[in-house]
Design a protein around this ligand. Structure first.
Ligand code: ARG
Length: 468
């Protein structure tokens, strides 16, 4: 058994200190110390409320609040000594404060660490979500810029990773903008969900003391658009609910999936087989053995990290699913995955935003790939439909033309007219006019399609959104 000192905050009923291993397994300060600014903010608001309702004096409140500011500046200067025996950020701060401000012994009045940590985390989610929103906006802006530069570059679009139909590179890139814009909506939803104050729920059943929950909610900015305080409505739910954690991890995992797919496209496009783009040296690495190598490591790492984000979400869902109400210590494990989500997702987004401006399209390789006339086989079907041939029949006819071109070993657009004509009489000499890429794209000007005007309008739309 240990020589570890007796826990000062809850040690009253214990005759023996915690085992060293209990301290090691129990501490969270090694990771929750990053909540310090929010913990201090929450405690200052708590002190303000206690003074407001008369549970402490104005002087006591003043002493507590300036003591907290003092501790935060020591933390920020890196000179605060964290003690794992005090378990977490909350008790480390409170004990350091009490050592200097005797009135701080009253700070925890009507409060439990259960509602305290729930409050700190909601404040953290609001701040983390705002930072992710900024990083998403930077990626969107970089994608829109690259789309603007590549609106004339036509590439094959793929299904099943087989050449399908021509699109502009811009249209392809703007598909990702749609994804990241949905991510923005999801993150804004997390922020809204976090914006409800649990303080006053106590350990599980509130308090008998005359607290003012609305006051403290207002102090901490848990207010709606009209400035009305938002407070949780069930004390048991408030201390055991981890839905915001799950929503946050889910939004980050989805961002990760989008970034991973984007990475995969750039990894393929930068290969010699595709050669559609060249990646900037600053975001690639060489090989220690093969001098010619230029590897797309940044995008590969982003693809790898997205797996980690999925794992974080899975971890939270699994951790919460079997817990009886209300707080269980398992819940202390909720923080590493969400902190990791934030650290990784911002790193991934910021890396992509910094890399995209250096990506250069390679128009010659794109032109060579998109010259494949089979990409416009579907347009030949439409040509026949316009001549009155039923779609199913037209599809079959073009299939036969493709098979004929394979048999004669000539490109589809170079089939001798007489041969083609024998496949279907609706084909006239002008049928090969279909094989014009600019015309094929210009014929796709309905909303959502890759027509140049549509793409330009979408670029303008995203630029306008960004300037709001
Ligand atoms: N460090 C704890 C956590 O993050 C704070 C809450 C502790 N509550 C308790 N009843 N031991 O979950």
């Amino acid at each position: 058994m240990s020589k570890a000192k007796k826990q000062a905050t809850w040690g009253g009923r214990f005759s023996e200190g915690a085992a060293d291993l209990m301290v090691r397994i129990g501490e969270s300060v090694s990771f929750d110390h990053r909540l310090a600014p929010f913990d201090v903010q929450g405690s200052k608001a708590q002190a303000g409320m206690l003074a407001h309702v008369g549970l402490i004096t104005r002087d006591e409140c003043q002493a507590i609040q300036s003591g907290l500011d003092e501790i935060l500046s020591r933390i920020e200067a890196g000179v605060f000594e964290w003690d794992p025996a005090l378990e977490d950020v909350h008790m480390n701060i409170e004990q350091a404060l009490t050592a200097e401000v005797p009135a701080a012994a009253k700070l925890h009045t009507a409060r439990s660490r259960n509602d305290q940590v729930a409050t700190d985390m909601r404040l953290w989610f609001k701040s983390a979500s705002s930072e992710i929103e900024n990083s998403l906006a930077a990626v969107i802006a970089a994608l829109v810029d690259l789309a603007d530069k590549t609106s004339e570059v036509i590439i094959p679009g793929y299904t099943h990773l087989q050449r399908a139909q021509p699109v502009s590179m811009a249209h392809h890139l703007l598909a990702y903008v749609e994804m990241f814009d949905r991510d923005r909506t999801a993150i804004a939803g997390v922020k809204k969900q976090a914006n409800v104050c649990p303080l006053g729920s106590g350990a599980i059943a509130g308090t008998t003391l005359p607290i003012d929950r609305e006051f403290v909610a207002r102090e901490l900015g848990f207010v709606d658009a009209g400035g009305e305080p938002q407070i949780t409505q069930n004390s048991m739910d408030a201390v055991s609910d981890r839905d915001t954690f799950i929503a946050f991890a889910s939004a980050c995992a989805t961002i990760g999936v989008h970034l991973s797919r984007l990475s995969e496209d750039f990894i393929l496009w930068s290969s010699a087989e595709f050669g559609f783009v060249r990646l900037p040296d600053a975001f690639t690495t060489g090989s220690s053995l093969m001098p010619q190598k230029k590897n797309p490591d940044a995008f590969e790492l982003i693809r790898g990290k997205s797996a980690r984000l999925n794992g974080n979400l899975q971890m939270l869902l699994t951790m919460v699913k079997g817990l009886p109400l209300t707080y269980n210590r398992d819940l202390q494990e909720d923080k590493p995955p969400v902190f990791d989500c934030f650290d990784q997702v911002t790193l991934m987004l910021d890396t992509v935003a910094a890399c995209l401006p250096g990506v250069k399209a390679q128009p010659e390789s794109c032109a060579a790939a998109v010259a494949d006339p089979l990409l416009l086989a579907t347009d030949v079907v439409d040509y026949l439909v316009n001549k009155g041939v039923p779609f199913r029949k037209a599809h079959h006819v073009v299939g036969a033309l493709v098979s004929l071109s394979e048999k004669l070993d000539v490109p589809l657009n170079e089939l001798p007219f007489e041969e083609a004509r024998q496949v279907h009489e609706a084909l006239e000499e002008d049928w090969t006019n279909v094989f014009n890429l600019q015309q094929a794209l210009a014929a796709r000007e309905k909303p959502g399609m890759p027509g140049p005007e549509q793409v330009a309008a979408r670029i303008a739309y995203w630029r306008k959104q960004a300037s709001k």
